[in-house]
Design a protein around this ligand. Structure first.
Ligand SMILES: NC(=O)c1ccc[n+]([C@@H]2O[C@H](COP(=O)([O-])OP(=O)(O)OC[C@H]3O[C@@H](n4cnc5c(N)ncnc54)[C@H](O)[C@@H]3O)[C@@H](O)[C@H]2O)c1
Ligand SMILES: O=c1ccn([C@@H]2O[C@H](COP(=O)(O)OP(=O)(O)O[C@H]3O[C@H](CO)[C@@H](O)[C@H](O)[C@H]3O)[C@@H](O)[C@H]2O)c(=O)[nH]1
Length: 439
């Protein structure tokens, strides 16, 4: 099939690459000329494990190409995916200007039947709006489909190639036939393609993210209770996760959820609810808990140093919002950094992939290490903000040699408490009792 993908950010690039991998001819379109130049010359623009290999192969074999021209990019496409940003607007509602702006341009450009697909996360009713905008200028036949994307960064290729489910919102039989064919190679037995109406598909995406965010905020509150009541959140997590009705995944407490999706999507769903006169109280609490969770370690650090943080040097492991990505959008580490800088702390950070992005954002307001050990030299404490696997299994001898103070505040529970106790660390984590330095 011939496919166009408008917007070549995270989702657009993964979508375009994976569709080309299954034998389709894909043109990705982006207004960012620098990005298009890079991608056309074989330079990948995001860090995503497993993507580069597929990207290079399909680029070389001519199934994948990039352009800044919408008219050129869509000319022979049967299906046009919109993978455009939907950032929060001033009131928290999703800003649809990118999606509707491109829909407006498409109204001028369409000249035969095509399917326009909302791949972006968009509020209920957006497919109708896209249809209206196009129909103002194009009087021929076309369909608008809602096909929300459920991939996770860091495992995006696997999520796309072997999805738990594919959701397709359309009542058009013609569009359904095309989508059945398009997704046939991706769907394992038992993991269905779910056809539904556009509105249900749009809401399903928000409901999935909001539910997962709720699970995380719930566990973060349980973790706080554990600390106050002398319980261990790992034990509680295992106990409840063994119940199939609850499930083992997404029960990990920490320093809150970040990234480009959960924060904005929970907010947008709450906003949609308010717009139709329904106060979505659970979501208000989920957001409230997450806000405080992001800087949860800061008062603990403050207490440890008896309020005297000015001039201290604190090492930070992890800047990305989660491991295996260089994405720092809404990363809890950034909130911790701001809180520490406000107290006059010197932050010395290391992240395996995200440092270039943080350098662009923060410049020399913090300093950057060459590896995870170099940042420990002269540090008064270490904060762990992202659970990269290299942080889970450090060389403790190297760590000991570099890090005289042996004080760790772990926002992702990467170590076991008894292990750190035995190694002589002062170790505070989330939802577990602290390990004190052994005398
Ligand atoms: N990032 C994720 O993990 C993820 C997962 C599922 C769904 N989503 C949703 O997918 C959508 C896209 O997210 P993303 O993370 O890929 O965004 P992104 O910011 O990484 O990329 C968006 C791209 O669109 C381009 N763009 C903007 N205006 C354009 C225009 N008029 N024409 C062509 N290109 C244009 C930008 O230059 C950018 O490259 C959002 O709605 C998001 O909520 C994201
Ligand atoms: O038990 C957990 C699981 C996750 N997180 C945090 O939650 C955030 C989001 O994690 P994850 O869901 O793995 O990352 P995303 O790539 O943002 O993916 C989410 O957002 C995407 C965009 O909408 C969806 O497509 C995915 O299905 C959805 O998982 C991160 O900050 C994690 O640290 C926790 O704190 N505890």
């Amino acid at each position: 099939m011939k496919i166009a993908v408008v917007g070549t950010g995270y989702v657009g690039l993964v979508t375009g690459t994976c569709f080309s991998e299954t034998g389709n001819t894909v043109t990705c379109i982006d207004i960012d000329a620098r990005k298009v130049r890079k991608l056309s010359s074989g330079e990948i623009t995001i860090y995503e494990p497993g993507l580069e290999h597929l990207f290079q192969r399909n680029l070389k074999e001519g199934r994948l190409r990039f352009t800044t021209s919408l008219v050129d990019g869509i000319s022979d496409a049967q299906i046009i995916f919109l993978a455009l940003p939907t950032p929060p607007g001033k009131d928290g509602a999703a800003d649809l200007s990118y999606v509707l702006g491109v829909a407006d341009e498409l109204g001028n450009l369409l000249d035969d039947y095509k399917v326009i697909v909302d791949k972006s996360t968009v509020p209920v009713g957006t497919a109708d709006k896209v249809r209206e905008v196009i129909a103002r200028k194009y009087k021929g036949e076309f369909d608008v489909v809602s096909n929300p994307e459920f991939l996770r960064e860091g495992v995006a290729v696997d999520d796309f190639m072997k999805p738990d489910r594919v959701v397709i919102g359309t009542r058009s039989e013609r569009a359904q036939r095309l989508f059945r064919e398009l997704y046939a190679p991706f769907v394992r037995q038992g993991n269905p393609v779910l056809f539904m109406d556009e509105r249900s598909a749009e809401l399903a995406k928000y409901a999935a993210n909001a539910f997962l965010a709720t699970k995380i905020s719930f566990m973060n509150e349980i973790a706080r209770m554990c600390e106050l009541l002398g319980a261990d959140v790992d034990m509680v997590r295992r106990a409840i996760g063994s119940d199939e009705r609850i499930g083992k995944r997404f029960l990990f407490p920490g320093i809150g959820y970040g990234g480009s999706c959960f924060p904005k999507d929970v907010q947008a769903l709450a906003r949609s609810a308010a717009e139709v006169g329904y106060p979505f109280r659970i979501l208000e609490s989920v957001m409230h808990v997450n806000e405080s969770q992001k800087v949860y370690l800061v008062p603990k650090i403050m207490d440890y140093f008896k309020g005297r943080l000015q001039g201290r040097k604190i090492a930070l492991w992890g800047l990305a919002f989660k491991p295996n990505t260089d994405d720092i959008r809404e990363a809890p580490a950034l909130y911790i950094i701001e809180a520490l800088l406000a107290e006059g702390v010197h932050v010395h950070a290391f992240d395996p992939e995200a440092m270039p992005n943080v350098r662009q954002l923060l410049g020399d307001r913090i300093s950057y290490g060459t590896d995870q050990y170099s940042v420990l030299e002269d540090a008064d404490a270490l904060i762990i903000a992202t659970e990269w696997s290299v942080f889970r299994t450090p060389d403790f001898e190297k760590m000991d040699a570099a890090f005289a103070q042996k004080v760790i505040f772990d926002g992702r529970n990467v170590f076991e408490v008894p292990q750190m106790q035995a190694l002589g660390y002062y170790y505070e984590s989330v939802g577990r009792q602290p390990a004190a330095i052994l005398d």
